[in-house]
Design a protein around this ligand. Structure first.
Ligand code: PLP
Length: 381
């Protein structure tokens, strides 16, 4: 059967190819965006799991907006104003998909930083939106380019990952946050702030969310994949109630509602007195691994490679001398190390040559060995 034309626009996933190669036991994978399994808060979840059977209603169909006690808890946690609303989604990825489907007609513009999160490009491609790339600088998007885009192309949305960007790890400065919010208000562009890595800060002070400077001009996506478990598949979209209602309607057609027992498990976790401590431990673990990786990457500087320091998240962006990053990543797989080449994070435009390196799911020894293999590959390619 012929697939829909919209499917042809989606990039074939190099990540899938890489993840397949990464299952080779000799391969060191810095390719996925996986949390370390040993951080999963199983002990903190156990008391809730043990109680699930006492509430049989958890196993019945539930409300589309989300499990009511969780919705109430999250409303308080995020201190949403009275006229805002939230929707519990099946991972924040579903939030992105619902927003694309509820709001984007073919040809509608969505501005996003280049490079950008592949999963966001995929959903916007699928609804045949027009992706408008904005160059990313060291502290966020190029503001002049963003204003030109807002003025000339009139995008409907600006999709942004201001805290520990995927793939670059960039964290926007306070001034950039304020300036972007101001532009969104001035040009009536909805900010779509995607914040899955925000809780994973391991140094420096947290900065206010961009949406806090333009709350009525923004939709916010949050995820529990990085601080609890991705397998639970729970994310949240919040924003002005009139913008959330259409998402609830689309979600009814997509999956009726997210998994209720998983939502009850998440609520138990959020209410556990040791949950904050758990997040701090995860950040400490990742900080240590990041430091090992950053130090090891110094040995690649003579090859013209540069690693950009980060203050949190899961990735380091390693820029390479100008090359075909795709071909280089394939060569690296032959040398026993899986990474993601920069090409996959750009839509149509030519980007910088770089690799995305994940540091959360490899031990310090593996990280060092991976960098040795990288050095070897750079010396022999
Ligand atoms: C920037 C960004 N947004 C959204 C997601 C989706 O996360 P999830 O659906 O697991 O909440 C990811 C996953 O890696 C991501 O990197």
């Amino acid at each position: 059967m012929q697939t829909a034309a919209s499917l042809d626009r989606m990039k074939s996933s190099f990540i899938r190819e890489i993840l397949a190669a990464a299952s080779d036991p000799d391969m060191i994978s810095l390719a996925g965006g996986l949390p370390d399994e040993k951080t999963f808060p199983i002990e903190l979840l156990k008391p809730t799991i043990a109680q699930l059977h006492n509430d049989i209603s958890l196993f019945q169909y539930g409300p589309t907006q989300g499990y009511a006690p969780l919705v109430k808890h999250l409303n308080q946690l995020y201190q949403l104003p009275e006229h805002h609303k939230l929707l519990v989604t099946t991972g924040s990825q579903q939030g992105l998909d619902l927003i694309a489907r509820a709001y984007m007609n073919p040809g509608d513009g969505v501005a996003m930083e280049a490079p950008s999160y592949l999963g966001a490009m995929q959903v916007f491609d699928f609804v045949q939106a027009s992706i408008l790339p904005i160059a990313q600088l060291a502290d966020g998007p190029d503001l002049e380019a963003l204003e030109r885009c807002f003025a000339n192309d009139k995008p409907k949305l600006f999709y942004a990952v201001p805290d520990f960007h995927n793939p670059t790890g960039v964290c926007w400065s306070l001034a950039t946050r304020q300036a972007v919010a101001k532009l969104c208000i001035e040009y009536d562009v909805t900010l779509l702030e995607d914040a899955p890595y925000r809780p994973l800060r391991f140094s420096g002070e947290a900065l206010p969310m961009v949406s806090s400077f333009c709350p009525d001009q923004a939709l916010v996506l949050r995820s529990f994949s990085k601080i609890a478990s991705p397998g639970l598949r729970i994310g949240v979209v919040s924003g002005p109630a009139q913008w959330i209602e259409p998402l609830i309607k689309v979600k009814q057609g997509a999956d009726l509602h997210s998994n209720v027992p998983a939502q009850a498990m998440l609520l138990g976790l959020l209410e556990h007195p040791e949950f904050e401590q758990h997040i701090a431990k995860v950040c400490d673990l990742y900080h240590g691994r990041y430091q090992v990786l950053l130090k090891a990457l110094e040995q690649l500087e003579p090859f013209g490679c540069q690693a950009q320091p980060v203050a949190g998240g899961m990735f380091v962006w390693l820029t390479l001398p100008d090359c075909d990053s795709f071909a280089f990543a394939k060569y690296l797989i032959e040398q026993g190390v899986a990474t993601v080449p920069s090409d996959v994070f750009y839509s149509a435009e030519k980007g910088v040559s770089a690799l995305r390196l994940n540091f959360t799911n490899a031990t310090p020894d593996m990280l060092q060995e991976a960098v040795s293999r990288l050095a070897q590959a750079l010396a022999t390619r």
